[in-house]
Design a protein around this ligand. Structure first.
Ligand SMILES: Cc1cc2nc3c(=O)[nH]c(=O)nc-3n(C[C@H](O)[C@H](O)[C@H](O)COP(=O)(O)OP(=O)(O)OC[C@H]3O[C@@H](n4cnc5c(N)ncnc54)[C@H](O)[C@@H]3O)c2cc1C
Length: 639
């Protein structure tokens, strides 16, 4: 255990008070003093929420405080999105809430009962050198405008920015059934209110809008009282006559603070002094308290204070970073909420619920079964299952059990959360990790869907053993198509028979074997496109386009196809499917309609591939047309 005689804590918010409790409890020989600018029993803001799982840390680490806090909390199981056209309930998204002042009072009383000294109404204008000299450790728990951080901004390596939206934190004199977000259109622009009850008869009510709306509403020219009244009028529909309450409810932009170093000498930062997390994820208070737990644990575990501080930073910072990153992604979603409101309520809600980018449809179905059932029924998105029926000839003989194996692509996708960086495929033609393979597979699947293939359509594969093979195979299966795997030794007659028999509109062919798809082989087939796989030089070879070996049959039906490129988040499960320039083609594989001349095609493909560096190494079939502006409607592959 570190030897600390005096610890000075600047800031009596959740981080400071909880640190005082833990220090006094676990290191009772240490004198702990908290300096707080506000009077006792006063603070800013109203209630704060904790997500369902967010309190688990407290239950596990500190049952005593957990028992003190939880009886004072309001709880609910669902969340409500009030889209202007319809109310959408997101079942299974539970939160609990408590008044900020109530929480602080619980912590304050416990800290004092354990012998921590708290001096109220003492604002530090800067870090007094004598305070530093007399303390073995100075803890900066003084929030966003930390004077401890300001004493050494370079040492703490602070990065401070702000999100674009404006918000004002009000209270409301009424309760709401669940945590609700009410999106409204007003004459001055779109607005949103985040509101939830935190005590009997009381709710938090945060009003948010973009810069344009903020100015059009003249919030920038209003005092607190005028803006309170204006917001009351804008949200009269949901307030149903209740008043809004102000408490330092000035309009602000939410800060985006991250310090790359939390320790400078014998000064250490905790909570909002070191990092901020947007209120939409309800994690700032929890982060602050978890920081306190980690710091005190490190001080208890290490005899040397400097080693303890280093250990605290090493262990805690990456964990906090993950949550802060998630909060930043969430905050960005709100930046364009006005545009998103144009979408149908269920699509809007789906976009909201998947805003983290880590979309796992099965997890969503488990978490919000009622919402997902509604959403999938409305969008006609069938579950991903093998297109092969259970009664197909021979199924029983080979032990095919669709209940046990709803889709064989699960083997690949199932490895993603745990083995994203582990090798999945290796061979002379290259290696792929599970993460890479899933990404390529998703692209293939999306391209097949975008090319207009019907579910259950057969896709002949005439391919060598390269990583493109399993990627295209799993992509096709996951998207509900049937790969028909053809031996590359197959002779022309038999190949023609297979192509006819499958009724396929698209076939995949190894580029080196392209000449096998002669006019005779394609005769009387439905093939509209042959996709050359692993073509050299970033595009189809010239001979492909020149008589007498032209075998591309451009079919205008496919020219309006769409493609979406998924992005993998290395830290977790994938998968966001943002729109990407649909004209982008990449190194290995190209679908190219016949109308283009070969030389144009090759130079265009090379230009595109080189200009879109993130995709340089990807295998991405090209499709033509404009990308869907709203991925959630397009029935894309998600894992
Ligand atoms: C609108 C809004 C809504 C939010 N909603 C939620 C939510 O629902 N859930 C959630 O978990 N988090 C929420 N947060 C974030 C949460 O409030 C913070 O993350 C949390 O309070 C951080 O705790 P802290 O102790 O680190 O800092 P703070 O709570 O900011 O406490 C810092 C303390 O230091 C004192 N202080 C500051 N400077 C000085 C000085 N110079 N001298 C003396 N004292 C000083 C302050 O008075 C204050 O008491 C929200 C934030 C905002 C802005």
């Amino acid at each position: 255990m570190s030897t600390l005689r005096n610890v000075e804590i600047v800031g009596g918010g959740p981080a400071g008070l909880y640190t005082a409790i833990l220090l006094r409890r676990r290191m009772p020989q240490t004198h702990v003093r908290v300096t707080e600018q506000n009077p006792k029993g006063a603070t800013f803001g109203f209630g704060v929420v904790f997500s369902d799982q967010a309190l688990d840390f407290l239950r596990a680490d500190d049952p005593e405080i957990y028992e003190l806090i939880t009886p004072n909390m309001e709880r609910w199981r669902n969340m409500t999105l009030n889209h202007p056209a319809e109310r959408v309930v997101l079942d299974g998204i539970g939160f609990s809430a408590i008044g900020r002042l109530e929480l602080i009072e619980i912590l304050r009383k416990r800290a004092q009962s354990l012998g921590a000294e708290i001096r109220f109404e003492t604002r530090l204008e800067g870090l007094d050198p004598t305070l530093e000299e007399n303390a073995d450790l100075v803890i900066g728990a003084d929030g966003l405008n930390s004077v401890v951080r300001a004493s050494d901004p370079a040492g703490f390596d602070e990065r401070l920015d702000h999100f674009g939206n404006r918000f004002a934190w009000f209270g409301a004199e009424r309760t709401f059934e669940t945590l609700t977000q009410t999106f409204i259109r007003t004459a001055v622009g779109p607005m949103n209110a985040h509101h939830y009850r935190y005590a009997p008869g009381r709710s938090t009510f945060i009003v948010e809008c973009g810069e344009e709306t903020y100015r059009a509403a003249s919030f920038d020219e209003m005092g607190e009282e005028d803006s309170r009244r204006a917001c009351e009028a804008y949200f009269a529909g949901v307030l149903e006559g209740a008043n809004l309450i102000a408490n330092k409810s000035n309009w602000r932009r939410f800060p985006k603070l991250w310090c790359d170093s939390w320790v400078s000498g014998r000064k250490v930062l905790l909570g909002d002094a070191a990092h901020t997390a947007h209120f939409s994820v309800g994690s700032g208070t929890r982060l602050a308290m978890e920081d306190a737990i980690a710091l005190v644990a490190a001080l208890v575990d290490h005899a040397d204070v400097d080693a303890a501080l280093a250990a605290f930073e090493t262990v805690r910072r990456p964990i906090a970073k993950k949550i802060v990153d998630a909060a930043n992604v969430s905050a960005h979603w709100y930046e364009g909420f006005g545009k998103k409101m144009e979408h149908a309520p269920l699509d809007f809600a789906f976009d909201y619920i998947t805003r983290s980018g880590r979309v796992d449809m099965d997890r969503l179905r488990r978490m919000s079964p009622e919402f997902m059932a509604r959403y999938e029924a409305a969008n006609d998105i069938p579950r991903i299952v093998d297109p092969v029926g259970r009664d197909v000839d021979g199924a029983a003989e080979i032990g095919f059990d669709p209940d046990a194996h709803p889709n064989c692509s699960e083997i690949l996708w199932g490895n993603l959360p745990h083995n994203a960086d582990r090798l999945a495929v290796t061979g002379p033609a290259g290696d792929r990790t599970y993460g890479e393979l899933v990404r390529e597979a998703a692209r293939w699947g999306n391209a097949f869907v975008a090319a207009g293939l019907e579910r259950g359509a057969r896709i002949p594969f005439f391919l060598d053993d390269t990583p493109a093979y399993p990627a295209a195979f799993f992509g096709a299966v996951r998207a509900g198509f049937v790969p028909v795997l053809l031996n590359v030794q197959t002779n022309a007659d038999t190949l023609n028979f297979f192509l006819k028999d499958t009724g396929a509109a698209i076939a995949l062919c190894e580029a080196d074997l392209a000449e096998k798809f002669s006019r005779e082989v394609l005769k009387d087939t439905q093939i509209g496109r042959v996709v050359l796989v692993n073509a050299e030089n970033g595009g189809p070879r010239e001979s492909v386009f020149e008589p007498p070996t032209i075998f591309w049959r451009g079919n205008p039906r496919y020219w309006n196809a769409r493609i979406q490129a998924p992005t993998i988040w290395r830290s977790g499960c994938i998968l966001r499917v943002p729109p990407v320039d649909p004209r982008v083609s990449c190194i290995c594989t190209t679908i190219w309609p016949i109308r283009n001349r070969a030389s144009d095609a090759i130079s265009w493909v090379c230009r595109q591939a080189m200009s879109v560096s993130p995709f340089r190494k990807c295998i991405s079939p090209t499709a033509l047309g404009t990308p869907s502006p709203f991925p959630s409607r397009s029935g894309l592959l998600r894992c």
